[in-house]
Every structure is written in structure tokens, then in C-alpha cells.
Write a protein that binds this ligand. Structure first.
Ligand code: SAH
Ligand code: SF4
Length: 395
């Protein structure tokens, strides 16, 4: 009997390993996983009956017990008419929350590990590569006082199909700067995925790992491990669990080199102080198969709070023996917080100290602020649309 849509399993959220074990339970051979993954993630096909290299009886069986269902885009927000302006999308979740996803076109034809940090723009017209910034939770329990998502408190975790579904939507469902793909299908040229939207990715660990597996899987999206970045506030035991489990790029939101100030700016620091965080970062780098990898340390520049020359020197000192680069993020003002953005001069002076000590420093362009899609502005205006809960997630 055909199951109702709600009780059917959604295969969009399955990594290859998960799909193989689910297929085994249905007595379907392992090799079919490859075909299914290709149909869903390389061809964007959502209908089992159209998967012409599967036996017809199998297509019918799958159609009865499973679905392939991406989340819904409830709104596209693009107030900026400029070419190559970031585009923000509100995604509806099964828990009746709204989360945000941002597509950020890159003009540069040069490749950097993490295109969101790219400062230079090129006049050469290459195909427009894009970075997709995705969410992992509605709200966030960590509660950094300068972050609009943190002000919301924690609402719910996204399921793996809602996380993977954001890349699926970015590739197949959004009409923006499309290019012809080798399969003949028009695809948005998404070269990087960053977990820098709403939520703390490592507090929704397993679904985020399934998503990373699939993003890197050559039969699915085939992204390079340097081009998928998890940004974390520093959930030390979960960074530890990443060792040997994944090889994606790691960005750590440091924001201060002093425990007292970081306890305030990134409250999870009270549980996992800077020394523990830096140790586990080193452990993660050691666990990677390529030894030339680096951690990116993110540092939001808050006027008069963490932007002095002596704080830059302290930062240089504590990072001295970690292969890393530093990404300075000019603070994006939020109506929910009293912080101010550091002046351009202060950011320049701060970065000069670090550069003189030999660090690679990028300063993030404040793109997307017109549509409140810049980092830390995600979600601000939808708080009232989501049911607000307090920070119920234990951290
Ligand atoms: N929760 C994860 C990822 C999402 S936020 C994390 O905290 O790492 C991505 C980055 O933007 C983090 O470094 C975060 O601290 C920073 N951020 C948050 N709000 C900001 C704001 N208003 N202005 C500038 N950066 C902000
Ligand atoms: Fe959560 Fe990251 Fe915002 Fe902190 S900065 S509240 S960890 S989303």
C-alpha cells in the first residue's frame, strides 16, 4: 500500500553509507546507492519513476516507501539590484521555523580555499563561482551577544535533509548565474559551501557530518574538502569527534585571545576555554591526511572591545604554533546589540600587526548587509516569525 507522504522516508538526507544500510533493509543491493545518489544529487531528479536505469519494479517500490523532498523556499530576499549581489532565501523547516541561506557570487577567477574571505576582485570574466552559506539550526543556544541568531535562543535542529536540501536547492532550484554543467543540466556554479548561517553546526553533529559526507562524495556534489567549511564557536568535544570522521575545513570563531573577554563574547568559552580549544584545533590538523592544511580563526572586529594593538599582539602570540590564517570580520551592526564596528583604520592597524608577525590575514568584505545577509545578521528580522525559546540546549 502506498504510504502517505509524511510517513515516507526522505532519501534526500542520506549520505552514501546511510543509503546503503537503508537499501540493505529493503533487500536492495548496495550498488543501487550509486545510481540513486547520482540521480538525486548530480541530476537533480526527485521522481523515482524517472530513474530509467533502475528496474521498473524497484522504481515503483521506492515510490511507495520513500520520497525525495527538498525543503521549501518561502521567500527570496534580494533588495540589491547590483549584479553579483548576494541573494538571501528563507527556508521553511519541518518544525515551522524559518532559517536562512545565502548565495554569494564571487567575481574572482582566482581560487582561494574559502571564497567568502576573498578580498580581491578580478576584472577577468570567468564563470561566476558562488559560495553557499547554509544554516544548521533555527536559532542558537550559544548566545554570543553580538550575533542576531544568538539573541533568538535555540529553537530547533535542522534535519539532515533540510541541511543537504539547502545545497540541492542552491544547485537545482535557484535561478541565478546558471552555467551549463557537463551533464547538460543548468547548474548554479557553487564551488564553496560554508556552515556560517544560523546555528552552531557542531551542536547538530550527525546531520552536519552526513551533509559533509555527501558534499564531498564524487557521485554527489564532489566538492573538495578545502571548499567545505564548518565554522564553530568552539565546541571542543565535537571538534575532537571530527578527527578521523571528516576532513572539511575548520573555521573557529575566536574573537578574543583572553578567556575573560571571550567568556563574554562567546559564552561557550566558560565551558571550553581557549587553551583547550587551541589544543583540539592542533589535534584536528594532525588528523588530516594532507599535512598542509590550516585552521581559519575568525575574529569579529568590535570597536573598543577587542581591536587594540595589544590585543592584536596577544592574538599573534597565542596562535604562534598553529598553522592558521586569520579572518577579520568587520562587525555587522544588529538592532539587538550595542556594539559598534571598528573603524577601517583600526582594522588596518590590527591586521598590520598580525601580517608583520607573519600571519596570512584576510578582512571579510561586508557584502550582503543591505539584505541583512551578512554574517551575524542572519535571522534578525524573522525572530517574531519563529517561536522564540530560551537557550534550552545544554552547552
Ligand atoms: N555558529 C557558528 C557559525 C555562524 S556565524 C560560529 O559562531 O562560528 C559565522 C561568523 O560570523 C562567526 O565567526 C560569528 O561569530 C560571526 N558573527 C556573528 N554575528 C556577527 C556580526 N553581527 N558581525 C560580524 N560577525 C558576526
Ligand atoms: Fe551561535 Fe555562531 Fe551566533 Fe555565536 S555567533 S550565537 S555560535 S550562530
Amino acid at each position: 500500500m502506498n504510504k502517505s507522504q509524511e510517513t515516507k522516508v526522505n532519501l534526500l538526507g542520506y549520505s552514501r553509507a546511510e543509503l546503503i544500510s537503508w537499501l540493505a533493509r529493503q533487500n536492495i543491493p548496495k550498488f543501487r546507492s550509486k545510481q540513486l545518489i547520482k540521480w538525486i544529487h548530480q541530476k537533480g531528479v526527485l521522481d523515482f519513476l524517472s530513474m530509467t536505469d533502475l528496474p521498473y519494479s524497484m522504481r515503483e517500490e521506492l515510490n511507495e516507501i520513500a520520497i525525495i523532498k527538498p525543503p521549501l523556499i518561502s521567500e527570496e530576499i534580494n533588495h540589491d539590484s547590483q549584479i553579483n549581489a548576494p541573494q538571501k532565501y528563507l527556508i521553511s523547516t519541518s518544525q515551522n521555523n524559518k532559517v536562512e541561506m545565502v548565495l554569494i557570487p564571487q567575481e574572482s577567477s582566482k581560487s582561494s580555499d574559502n571564497d567568502i574571505d576573498e578580498q580581491k576582485s578580478s576584472t577577468r570574466q570567468a564563470s561566476i563561482r558562488q559560495t553557499l552559506c547554509i544554516s544548521t539550526q533555527a536559532g542558537c543556544a550559544v548566545g554570543c551577544p553580538f550575533c542576531a541568531t544568538g539573541k533568538q535562543g535555540f529553537n530547533s535542529n535542522l534535519t539532515s535533509d533540510e541541511i543537504i536540501g539547502q545545497l540541492w536547492l542552491g544547485v537545482y532550484s535557484i535561478d541565478s548565474h546558471k552555467i551549463k554543467h557537463h551533464s547538460g543540466i543548468d547548474k548554479n556554479n557553487i564551488s564553496n559551501v560554508v556552515f556560517m548561517g544560523m546555528g552552531e553546526p557542531l551542536l547538530n553533529f550527525e546531520p552536519v557530518m552526513s551533509a559533509c559526507d555527501l558534499f564531498l562524495d564524487d557521485e554527489a556534489y564532489g566538492l573538495s574538502r578545502r571548499k567545505v567549511t564548518i565554522s564553530t564557536s568552539g565546541v571542543v568535544p565535537m571538534i575532537d569527534r571530527m578527527c578521523g570522521r571528516t576532513e572539511v575545513a575548520l573555521a573557529v570563531s575566536l574573537h578574543s585571545s583572553d578567556d575573560e573577554l571571550r567568556n563574554e563574547l562567546v559564552p561557550i568559552n566558560k565551558k571550553y576555554p581557549i587553551s583547550d580549544l587551541l589544543s583540539v584545533c592542533k589535534k584536528y590538523l594532525k588528523s588530516l591526511s594532507q599535512k598542509d592544511r590550516q585552521i581559519t580563526f575568525e575574529y569579529t572586529m568590535l570597536d573598543g572591545i577587542n581591536d587594540s594593538i595589544s590585543q592584536a599582539k596577544d592574538l599573534a602570540r597565542i596562535l604562534a604554533n598553529i598553522p592558521c590564517k586569520i579572518n577579520l570580520i568587520p562587525y555587522n551592526p544588529s538592532p539587538f546589540a550595542d556594539y559598534k564596528r571598528s573603524s577601517d583604520k583600526k582594522i588596518y592597524d590590527f591586521s598590520s600587526v598580525l601580517i608583520n608577525k607573519g600571519y596570512i590575514v584576510t578582512t571579510r568584505k561586508t557584502r550582503g548587509s543591505k539584505i541583512k545577509a551578512a554574517c551575524g545578521q542572519l535571522s534578525g528580522e524573522i525572530i517574531s516569525k519563529s517561536k522564540q525559546k530560551s537557550n534550552v540546549y545544554k552547552i
